[in-house]
Structure formats: structure tokens, C-alpha cells
Design a binder for this molecule. Structure first.
Ligand SMILES: CC(C)(COP(=O)(O)OP(=O)(O)OC[C@H]1O[C@@H](n2cnc3c(N)ncnc32)[C@H](O)[C@@H]1O)[C@@H](O)C(=O)NCCC(=O)NCCS
Ligand SMILES: Nc1ncnc2c1ncn2[C@@H]1O[C@H](COP(=O)(O)OP(=O)(O)OP(=O)(O)O)[C@@H](O)[C@H]1O
Length: 294
């Protein structure tokens, strides 16, 4: 695989390993604590990320060589790879869901970025929107969902039926606005060590994400408003730049552990933000020389 494609695959896996390394993230696995995920630890996430290397080679190869004009056909093909990748991930994690959301979203972004390198007149968001056009209408087709036995409905499907929210599919179909308009600008503005920058960026994402993973854990939708207020409070206190911000985050970490709350959706959006940060050279200066700037 030539250098540009190999770098793209590498950046996807780096983004997954960087995300799980950020500490302390409320409600999530990091190197210090598994949080409300007794079935996971940081090593399982590393194994999971590395198990997806072949999948990202497939998604990049697909994006580099796709020739049809209808990009929903490119996503259709990607999805067959993604379904296989989910099985590979579950094999590597002994059935634990470490990166299900990331298999979907990072697969889409790596494929779209590969396609953009070959079609530089298009921007990444436009390509993603063309790939996922009609996704929620087809995935959330009411007839289809009502025909499914209730125990087979996924968390996202249940929450769509219950609250009408579209979760990861809605975010993806809209071209990942939380990543492009919140995460990446926050990363650009962030200051301090890489750990500080990624923590503050993560909390900017939490403040704007309707996280279906959190709703599933809490069993109620209004937990989203509480999470938004908490993230905004943390940022008002100065985030990682002040002792007050750091103390507040430590308390949030404890609270999410006690409540068994998970911010998996926000974590997946952090993975995507890191990926774009690596591609644009706004994270780790050596990336400034990377080709294929978005
Ligand atoms: C769409 C996906 C994520 C499945 O969605 P599903 O309903 O099973 O899960 P759910 O909607 O609960 O979301 C899955 C994960 O997305 C993340 N997430 C939740 N909310 C959000 C949000 N607002 N923004 C971004 N990510 C979110 C969380 O980590 C969550 O665990 C994808 O796995 C899928 O399409 N699966 C079907 C098989 C397939 O096609 N796989 C390959 C896809 S390339
Ligand atoms: N650092 C992280 N720690 C925990 N989860 C993460 C992390 N990064 C991303 N995630 C995502 O968040 C979700 C984890 O939440 P959760 O454990 O509730 O998922 P689940 O396996 O679907 O549900 P359950 O474990 O209750 O059966 C996964 O989809 C995972 O992809």
C-alpha cells in the first residue's frame, strides 16, 4: 500500500489509541480507570484498534479507487466491510463492544478522505453527505423497525422509536457537524499539553452532543441537558488550565462512575476530531508535513 494510503490508515488507528489514552474522561475507559465499563480496559481498546487495521486498508482502498458518481454506492460497499470489521472487533475483544460506533464513523471518514485525495475539488463534509444521503430514512424506516423483534432492536433504533432522535446516524448523515463545527475548532483553539488539549476538546464535544449512549445508560433523555450544563460549567471554570476546572472534572468522573453513565458517543466524536486534527496538522506538529491536507 503506497505511503499516502498507509499514513491515512495509520492516522485512523492513532486517533483511536489517542482517544482511549485521554485521562480523566468522565464515564469512559482511560489508562487510569475503566469507569462504568467493568468489561473493558485500555488494553482491550488497543487490541480492538489494531484489529481494525485491515478494515481501514479496505476503506482507504475503496475511497481511492471508487469511480461511480453515486457515492451512496461507495457507502453501501463500505458497509459490507464494516459488518465484517465489527465481527473482527468482537473477536479481538471477546464480544465486548469497544469501537462499534468508531467502526462506522471512522470507516466513513477514512473512505471519504481517501476519495477527497483523488477528488481535491470536493471537501470532506460534502463527500460524507453524498455517501450517507438517505441513511436515516432507510435505517429508521418505521415499517422495518416495527417488523423487528424488540430484543433485536439496537440502542439507537430503540431511542429513535422512543424519542425520535437520530443519534450517530443523524450526525453522520449531516456530515458530522459536531466534529467539524465544534470539535475541530475547539482543538485548534486548545492550549497546553496534548492531554490538556484533548480533554478540553472532549468537553466542548460533550457540551453539544445528544449522546444516545448516555441516554441508554441513564434510561431518560433529560440526562443530555444535565451533561451539557456540566460540560459548560467545566469550561467556564477554565477547564484543564485551572485547579477549579480540574477539581470539577474529578468530581464529574466520580459522579459518572456512581451513576453508571457512559459518554460513548462523545468519545467516538473525539476519535473523529483527533483524526482530522492529525490530518490537518493541528495535533502533533510533525503532522504538519503530512500530505493530503483536508
Ligand atoms: C450505525 C451503527 C453505529 C449502529 O448503530 P446502533 O443503533 O447499533 O448503535 P447506536 O445507535 O446506539 O450507536 C452506536 C454508537 O454510536 C455512538 N454514538 C451515540 N450517540 C452518538 C452521537 N450523537 N454522535 C456520534 N456517535 C454517537 C456511541 O458510541 C454508540 O454506542 C453501525 O454500527 C451500523 O450501522 N451497524 C449495522 C451493521 C453495519 O452496517 N455495520 C458497519 C457500518 S460501516
Ligand atoms: N474510551 C471509551 N470508553 C468506553 N466506551 C467508549 C470509549 N470510546 C468509545 N466508546 C464507545 O461507547 C460505547 C460504550 O458504551 P456501552 O458500554 O454502553 O456500549 P454497549 O456495549 O453498547 O452497551 P453495554 O456495555 O451496556 O452492553 C461503545 O459503543 C464504544 O464504542
Amino acid at each position: 500500500m503506497e505511503q499516502t494510503s498507509a499514513k491515512l490508515v495509520n492516522d485512523a488507528i492513532r486517533a483511536m489509541i489517542y482517544e482511549v489514552s485521554v485521562n480523566p474522561k468522565p464515564g469512559l475507559v482511560d489508562p487510569v480507570s475503566s469507569g462504568p465499563h467493568p468489561d473493558m480496559d485500555v488494553f482491550l481498546f488497543i487490541d480492538s484498534a489494531l484489529s481494525l487495521h485491515h478494515y481501514f486498508e479496505q476503506s482507504v482502498d475503496l475511497g481511492m479507487n471508487f469511480t461511480a458518481t453515486d457515492l451512496t454506492l461507495m457507502f453501501k460497499k463500505l458497509r459490507t466491510f464494516g459488518i465484517e470489521a465489527e465481527k473482527t472487533m468482537f473477536k479481538a475483544t471477546n464480544g465486548v463492544n469497544t469501537h462499534k460506533g468508531a467502526v462506522f464513523s471512522l470507516g466513513v471518514l477514512t473512505c471519504a478522505e481517501a476519495y477527497r485525495i483523488k477528488h481535491p475539488q470536493l471537501d470532506l463534509t460534502t463527500i460524507v453527505k453524498r455517501m450517507l444521503k438517505g441513511l436515516t430514512a432507510s435505517d429508521y424506516d418505521i415499517e422495518k423497525l416495527h417488523a423487528k423483534p424488540i430484543e433485536q432492536l439496537t440502542a439507537g433504533e430503540k431511542e429513535f422509536l422512543r424519542y425520535g432522535i437520530k443519534g450517530i446516524r443523524g450526525e453522520a448523515e449531516a456530515g458530522y457537524p459536531t466534529v467539524m463545527q465544534i470539535g475541530v475548532p475547539a482543538l485548534k483553539k486548545s492550549r497546553g499539553t496534548t492531554m490538556q488539549r484533548l480533554l478540553d476538546t472532549f468537553m466542548h464535544i460533550v457540551a453539544q452532543t445528544e449522546d444516545t449512549n448516555l441516554i441508554k445508560r441513564a434510561g431518560r433523555h433529560d440526562v443530555v441537558k444535565e451533561a451539557h450544563q456540566q460540560a459548560k460549567r467545566y469550561l467556564e471554570l477554565g477547564g484543564t488550565q485551572t485547579q477549579a476546572g480540574r477539581d470539577y472534572l474529578a468530581r464529574l468522573n466520580q459522579e459518572y462512575l456512581l451513576n453508571n453513565y457512559s459518554l460513548g458517543g462523545s468519545a467516538d466524536l473525539l476519535i473523529l476530531t483527533i483524526f482530522i486534527g492529525l490530518r490537518q496538522g493541528i495535533l502533533r506538529p510533525e503532522a504538519m508535513q503530512s500530505e493530503g491536507m483536508i
